[in-house]
Design a protein around this ligand. Structure first.
Ligand code: SF4
Length: 449
């Protein structure tokens, strides 16, 4: 019963200019951070999650509003915040964008939680209850042992995948990435038993591990992943899952085998580029260490375990010229990568890349916060190093036309089936390619160069 309780409304805003991964149900992702904050909220509050991934925002009453946003959705977050502030309801904003630019955020909301919110959440609620809400909250990086499982019951029932987190942080230092800045450069690990318990508790057959690298880069991180996979096998959870990882997984055949046995269907690899110059531009050390000439061998090992390779590529590194991007597209088409995510290099606030481009006067967007809606990895928002913005846009568009065509997706299906010897994995690849096809078609329809 919620009578007499304070009402907390947690909101997940969606970019209104471009729907991207929201176009298909298969590629929508749970707003996990809101579910964790809901789990940390004391029982004298009633908590609801309003999720624009499924339904456009409509006003509903609340005593306190908490919003999370990434850069591409922050403008929408500010719009929604203004509705509540006009009615005198206090609004708190957290997430990666507000953490990088708290001064901007404070022009639109009452309070900003900087960094991981778990450590300051109780203080936020206590201060609000006393009428003493502060403008800024910042706590040290959370100890993951103190973090409860998310309130999965509050997420929209339409999500196909349940999101689960097993670790946070990344010791790598890629130029374009905001993870080390936001989550720190030290791996922090959840208790493997607690993770397995959370996986067992969700009704979804399919799981997305949101970690940046499910196996990490150290012996303890590998042992942690191993314990989770073994736990899933031991308890016969019978789930299917996908996760992000790095090419270092190709050096761990034992872990790959266990991952497959525990239900792994697809691994997203940050390939970024197929030449050393572009990898050096982005400081992608793990790929440089493996060597681009060994990529195919890595894909083969993953395939041998029946697992799909989802390769993430970036267009627009400083050393990229038109011919380099043509080669990248040809590489994507001819390699045994099963599913392709092709992104335009995007400088997110808080990254080294953003600072460098801003200092050099190379950002093309200036009307903030409105222009943040273009920072979704499909538009060109900066002056590239060796071509015009229009040329980068057209090159990326050509890559999309290749990887989004029905003919190409059919061809990939056959190759994935052949390489993985798994119809189920080939169907996963097929569906994922359709997700990227939707993103690519939307991109083409909005082309402005
Ligand atoms: S891109 Fe991946 S490997 Fe690089 S810093 Fe970010 S999370 Fe780490």
């Amino acid at each position: 019963m919620d009578i007499g309780k304070k009402r907390l409304l947690l909101i997940n805003p969606a970019n209104q200019y471009r729907k991207g991964y929201l176009l298909r149900r298969q590629s929508k992702q749970v707003p996990l951070a809101l579910g964790i904050l809901a789990a940390l909220t004391p029982s004298d509050w009633s908590v609801k999650i309003l999720d624009e991934n499924f339904k456009a925002f409509r006003y509903r009453e609340a005593d306190l509003v908490g919003i999370t946003a990434v850069t591409a959705s922050v403008n929408r977050a500010y719009e929604i915040a203004s509705v509540y502030r006009a009615k005198g309801t206090r609004v708190i904003l957290g997430g990666i964008h507000a953490s990088a630019l708290p001064d901007e955020a404070l022009q639109f909301v009452d309070s900003v939680v900087i960094g991981e919110a778990e450590g300051s959440w109780h203080q936020v609620l206590e201060d609000f209850s006393k009428g003493e809400l502060k403008q800024r909250y910042q706590a040290p990086l959370a100890d993951l042992k103190d973090i409860p499982p998310a309130r999965h019951d509050l997420f929209h029932p339409g999500y196909l995948f349940a999101s689960i987190q097993t670790s946070r942080g990344c010791p790598m230092d890629c130029d374009f990435c905001s993870v080390p800045h936001f989550n720190g450069n030290r791996y922090r690990l959840r208790d493997p038993e607690a993770v397995v318990e959370e996986i067992a508790s969700v009704p979804n057959k399919m799981i997305y591990f949101v970690d940046d690298n499910i196996i990490g880069y150290s012996r303890p991180a590998e042992e942690h992943a191993t314990a989770i996979f073994e736990g899933m096998i031991r308890r016969k959870l019978n789930k299917e899952w996908f996760a992000q990882t790095s090419l270092n997984i190709a050096e761990k055949p034992g872990i790959l085998k266990l991952a497959a046995r525990s239900g792994c269907r697809m691994l997203l690899l940050g390939i970024e580029a197929e030449n050393n110059e572009a990898l050096e531009d982005s400081n992608k050390k793990v790929n440089l260490r493996l060597g681009v000439e060994n990529y195919q061998k890595a894909f083969r090992l993953i395939h041998r375990n029946g697992i799909v390779v989802l390769g993430a590529f970036i267009f627009g590194m400083d050393s990229d010229d038109l011919s380099a991007l043509e080669r990248r597209t040809r590489y994507i088409a001819s390699s045994s990568v099963d599913v392709t995510q092709a992104s335009v290099l995007t400088p997110l606030p808080g990254t080294r890349l953003f600072g460098r481009l801003q200092e050099a006067g190379r950002l093309l967007c200036h009307d903030f916060p409105l222009d943040w809606q273009h920072f979704h990895f499909s538009d060109v928002v900066f002056q590239p190093g060796r071509m015009t913005p229009g040329e980068l846009a057209v090159s990326t568009d050509r890559a999309y036309q290749t990887i989004c065509s029905n003919r190409f997706i059919r061809k990939k299906f056959i190759r994935t089936l052949w390489n993985t010897r798994s119809l189920r994995s080939a169907v996963w690849a097929w569906n994922s390619n359709l997700n990227y096809q939707s993103v690519g078609l939307e991109k083409a329809s909005q082309w402005k160069y």
